[in-house]
Design a protein around this ligand. Structure first.
Ligand code: NAD
Ligand code: ZN
Ligand code: ZN
Length: 380
């Protein structure tokens, strides 16, 4: 089959690889029809995730059709269309039985930190990803959701990751109604978080980014006020909008940035034009009011960023974070999509055949050509 192949920092290719096969009775093999590129893939591409091996297949936002199932699979069968959550979970362990599939103990047993994730380095189990013609889906009865007729691949693929993650970010703010929520990062995750914040009762949503067309998206698509952090002193601007106190809640949807010198990346400071690795997280502490909540969605890889934790401590803030346990959100979020309350597909501005993966990554990474979200369409 054809599949993406990591060739070292900043380089991705498409190569011939062996077809995946059933390795365990609970596996299924999926023919991939749509595979998203996530901001998390950029951390891999930029060499920020440990143990990302040359030749690995990326891709953890997967929609496809079941080609083959192992003898113990009962919930799905050949021909079913599925969306596959990015985390791989067993469904039965201590954490899975509490809905925390992102903390599964059985899919990456050599780590007590991360569960298995498709196409996300050997740090998360070394599973092959779905930016390929076919992918092996372990525990096929557990995570995947069958797609109803009428739901397109482009409506389904955000359900694998970006939309539930954004929703979780808003949910972790603990909104009761009328709060001001500031979202750092107007990428797909941040934009879904903004719209989810409205659904959960926010009274005001403010977006912070530096990419003009993404801030326009935040205004137009997510009804947010927008701050360009290259034009304004961001903390002052937020305080000015919130009676000097700061926001009730902030959402960090940026993660470790690739730009800047290794030193800048390590210390996390902002120097005009170049965000350090923890800039947005530190801004969250300063932009959140005393007693407020900071909700952290971004992925942070080593080297450790210098995080201004003392500010958060002194301001008595609640800090919540987590890899999204996608499965628990799917029924409810599917309903929002089907009812038209969350037109998830409108963020997918760019589609590419699998063979053009390198161009797709480049356009998404460089924030070119108005790209908000890019997907690969194997088989086209
Ligand atoms: P993206 O790269 O498309 O978007 C990030 C945005 O942040 C960009 O528009 C960028 O211009 C902006 N930005 C950079 N520095 C900033 C700063 N200092 N302040 C404000 N904005 C800044 O990525 P995405 O797909 O939207 O993902 C966002 C983050 O969420 C990534 O770190 C990704 O790894 C993470 N993520 C986490 C989970 C989870 O389960 N918690 C799931 C998916 C993605
Ligand atoms: Zn992701
Ligand atoms: Zn488990």
């Amino acid at each position: 089959m054809r599949a993406t192949s990591y060739e070292g920092p900043y380089r991705i290719a498409v190569k011939d690889k062996p077809d995946p096969r059933i390795e365990h009775p609970q596996d299924a093999i999926l023919r991939v029809t749509c595979a998203g590129i996530c901001g998390s893939d950029l951390h891999l591409l930029h060499g920020r995730v440990p143990d990302t091996r040359i030749g690995s297949t990326f891709g953890h936002e997967i929609v496809g059709v079941v080609e083959e199932v192992g003898p113990e699979v009962t919930a799905v069968s050949r021909g079913d269309r599925l969306v596959v959550p990015f985390n791989i979970s067993c469904g039965a362990c201590y954490f899975c039985s509490r809905g925390l599939t992102a903390c599964c103990e059985n899919t990456n047993p050599s780590s007590d930190v991360a569960c298995g994730v498709y196409g996300y380095s050997h740090t998360t189990g070394g599973y092959d990803g779905g930016q390929a013609e076919y992918v092996r889906v372990p525990f096929a009865d557990v995570d995947p959701m069958k797609l109803p007729d009428g739901l397109s691949d482009l409506q389904a693929v955000p359900l694998a990751d970006a939309y539930p993650t954004g929703y979780q970010g808003a949910e972790m703010c603990g909104l009761e109604g009328g709060e001001t929520v500031v979202v750092f990062g107007a990428g797909p995750v941040g934009l879904y978080a903004m719209r989810s914040a409205w659904l959960l009762g926010a009274g005001r949503v403010i977006a912070v980014d530096k990419v003009g067309y993404r801030l326009d998206f935040a205004r137009r698509w997510a009804g947010a006020e927008a701050i360009d952090f290259e034009d304004a002193d961001v903390i002052t601007a937020i305080k000015d909008l919130t009676d000097g106190r700061g926001a009730d809640a902030t959402i960090e949807a940026v993660g470790c940035e690739a730009a800047g010198s290794p030193m800048q990346r390590a210390i996390g400071v902002y120097v005009k034009g170049v965000a350090g690795s923890a800039t947005a997280l530190n801004w969250c502490f300063h932009a959140t009011k005393k007693g407020g909540t900071v909700s952290v969605l971004g992925v942070f890889g080593p080297p450790m960023a210098l995080v201004d934790f003392g500010t958060a401590m002194n301001k008595c803030q609640t800090i919540r974070t987590g890899q999204c346990s996608v499965k628990r959100y799917l029924p409810q979020l599917l309903e929002h999509v089907q009812a038209g309350r969350m037109p998830v597909e409108e963020l997918i501005t760019h589609r590419y055949p699998l063979e053009e993966a390198s161009r797709a990554y480049h356009t998404f990474a460089q924030k070119e050509d108005g790209c908000v979200k890019a997907v690969l369409l194997p088989g086209t």
